[in-house]
Write a protein that binds this ligand. Structure first.
Ligand SMILES: Nc1ncnc2c1ncn2[C@@H]1O[C@H](COP(=O)(O)OP(=O)(O)OP(=O)(O)O)[C@@H](O)[C@H]1O
Ligand SMILES: [Mg+2]
Length: 240
């Protein structure tokens, strides 16, 4: 039986006095793609911010590979093997693709950076010819691939992805989702994906949670959630 990479129990968190998440219980199996969907403002980004150590935790526990991480600094959480791709992408447009990748590997010893860059770039063949181009000249889809590539530079164990498909044409969304599956399969990766664009994300998920107004309203098989007769009502948080 695969173990749990991440286990969140009875978590309440927010920003200072603003409480956003209420009694969250989530567990992420090793090697899974776990998907959290929910409407705008539900608290999806806050959930990832909390795992990354960027919010106020009022109570509850977050265990990463069995170790409590609540209270650790974002830097230490990253060093333990959690890589976070923010909803606001962290690409530097004025730098080349190569220099962005080097930035992504900022905690690596110099002699490992080049080797790791080659490994990462092999996963993104479409970036291979662009190493010396400014990142700002890449297309929307290419920039998103670069952003993911950067998060992989430090060989994370757990990847937190926020809104990978927003603003992309449907064909690129499909490509993006296929890439996420490929990364999970080829690397020793576990992925926690949050998306407002529920359908496409649920199609690639192994397990899913629905977050509405800071609370988990459903958990289980993503395909069942998609087929749930009250999915749209659940999704919008409408109570009957
Ligand atoms: N840095 C912050 N400081 C204070 N409040 C914040 C901060 N970020 C988000 N919030 C508030 O927390 C609540 C949840 O926001 P959050 O960004 O987690 O939602 P979301 O589900 O990611 O929404 P979206 O689908 O629009 O990205 C909102 O009321 C928002 O205004
Ligand atoms: Mg968000």
């Amino acid at each position: 039986m695969a173990g749990k990479v991440l286990e969140i129990q009875n978590l309440y968190s927010g920003y200072g006095k603003l409480k956003v998440l209420f009694d969250i219980n989530i567990s992420v199996e090793e090697g899974s793609i776990t998907v959290v969907v929910g409407p705008n403002g539900a608290g999806k980004t806050t959930l990832l911010n909390t795992i990354a150590g960027l919010t106020t935790v009022y109570s509850g526990s977050i265990k990463f590979q069995g170790r409590e991480i609540v209270g650790l600094s974002p830097h230490n959480i990253a060093k333990m093997g959690i890589s976070y791709l923010l909803q606001m992408r962290n690409i530097a447009s004025n730098l080349t693709v190569r220099d962005n990748l080097i930035l992504g590997g900022y905690l690596l010893p110099d002699d490992l950076i080049e080797e790791r860059m080659q490994e990462v770039i092999n996963l993104f063949p479409q970036l291979k010819g662009f190493m010396d181009r400014k990142a700002g000249t890449l297309s929307g889809g290419e920039r998103r691939m670069l952003a993911i590539a950067m998060t992989l530079m430090r060989s994370p164990k757990l990847l937190l992805l926020d809104e990978m498909s927003t603003d992309l044409a449907p064909i690129l969304v499909k490509m993006m989702m296929n890439k996420i599956i490929e990364l999970r399969d080829r690397l020793d990766l576990t992925i926690l994906l949050v998306e407002q664009n529920a359908k496409q994300a649920l199609e690639i998920g192994d397990y899913s949670y629905l977050l509405v107004s800071g609370e988990i309203r459903y958990e289980g098989d993503p395909k069942k959630l998609l087929k749930h007769p009250e999915f749209s009502q659940l999704y919008l948080g409408i109570k009957r």
